[in-house]
Design a protein around this ligand. Structure first.
Ligand code: ADP
Ligand code: ZN
Length: 336
């Protein structure tokens, strides 16, 4: 199924539930180059025969300028020009770096995504945020630019490790917390194994999550206001992720746990237990003993910081989030 969504900067065409092999029906493999990582390449190379492929090392630790330089040199070698489309086949690391490289190579070439993780399907591939990490600072260098297409082939998930399913469901739970109480209840009624088994329900759940993210980004592509809601759990989450090297989903799960406690204090939130319970149900950690001082220091460089306060996403109730400036002095209470 094909659907074109209009963002304020550009349109994006979504292809849902279509085999990867059909990509050649909409795009000439001779004018495209695929960027993927070594794990995905080793598992799915049979689909890639017709394409020139650049393979990067897997993992967030490689989402760096060094990898970007390496990719650019390979693009030059492959003869990529302004008419080349760069296709990111992979999880959030691959899609983030694909969009970034495509944004700067020859001052910008077109690009598309074939997400292969739950996280990338429901979150990272959507919205046009592309970038890399510098030191401990996640996504500190980047740009907002939309891919021309996003291609959903759920069969690619057949090789996804369980740990990565768990990570992806952290973002699904995040969407439910900030925007969709009904989806929260649906998640409560199932376990991860159900979604892994039931393709039809999974496809529906992914579509619901795509719709949530698309709607928020459509209203505020350049994150002046409501797009910030998608950062629920991410302020503490990113800091903890980068300090301890914990996977993104686990880190934002911990971040959501902290955000619930802050919400109790500053927004009258009363449903912390339901959220912590749901996180546990999906194999996610609701808390973690972190170094408060070090975490605060990383948060001082957060993009959401303004002066001595940080724009924090809080919950009023499940399904309803709000943005509130919280001072570092107030936050220190939760890092003690
Ligand atoms: P995220 O989408 O969580 O940001 P990454 O790009 O870091 O994820 O991918 C997470 C890990 O899962 C990486 O090691 C990557 O190589 C691997 N991976 C991604 N998609 C698949 C897949 N469909 N099958 C097997 N491994 C995959
Ligand atoms: Zn996230």
């Amino acid at each position: 199924m094909k659907k074109t969504v209009q963002f304020s900067s550009a349109p994006v065409t979504f292809y849902f539930d279509v085999a990867f092999a059909k990509l050649r029906d909409v795009l000439d493999p001779a004018s495209a180059i695929i960027l993927t990582d070594e794990n995905i390449f080793s598992k799915h190379k049979k689909y890639l025969k017709e394409f020139q492929v650049i393979v990067m090392p897997a993992g967030e630790a490689n989402k760096t300028q060094k990898t970007v330089d390496h990719i650019i040199l390979q693009l030059i070698e492959a003869g990529a020009d302004r008419n080349t489309t760069l296709i990111g086949l992979g999880g959030g690391v691959v899609t983030d770096i694909t969009g970034y490289v495509a944004g700067i190579y020859m001052r910008g070439i077109s690009f598309g995504f074939v997400p292969t993780t739950i996280l990338a399907m429901v979150d990272a591939a959507i919205g046009g945020k592309n970038g890399i990490d510098v030191g401990v600072y996640k996504n500190i260098a980047g740009l907002i630019r939309q891919p021309s297409f996003i291609w959903y082939d759920y069969n690619l998930l057949s090789t996804l490790p369980n740990e990565e399913w768990i990570n992806g469901f952290a973002e699904v739970i995040k969407h439910a917390c900030i925007k969709d109480r009904k989806m929260f209840v649906a998640l409560q009624q199932q376990k991860l194994s159900f979604w892994k088994r039931d393709r039809v329900s999974l496809a529906k759940l992914i579509r619901q999550n795509v719709d949530i993210k698309v709607k928020v980004v459509q209203q505020d592509e350049f994150e002046k206001a409501d797009r910030k809601l998608l950062n629920f759990g991410h302020t503490f989450g990113h800091a903890i992720e980068n300090l301890y090297g914990i996977p993104h989903g686990h880190s934002i799960s911990i971040g959501m746990g902290i955000a619930c406690k802050i919400s109790e204090k500053l927004a009258g939130f009363k449903e912390t237990e339901s959220i912590l319970q749901l996180l546990k149900q999906y194999g996610l950690p609701p808390s973690f003993a972190f170094d408060g001082g070090a975490t605060m220091k990383v948060m001082q460089a957060d993009k959401k910081k303004q002066g001595q306060a940080i724009h924090f996403i809080l919950l009023e109730k499940i399904g309803k989030a709000l943005i509130k400036p919280v001072s570092f002095a107030d936050l220190s209470e939760f890092t003690a």
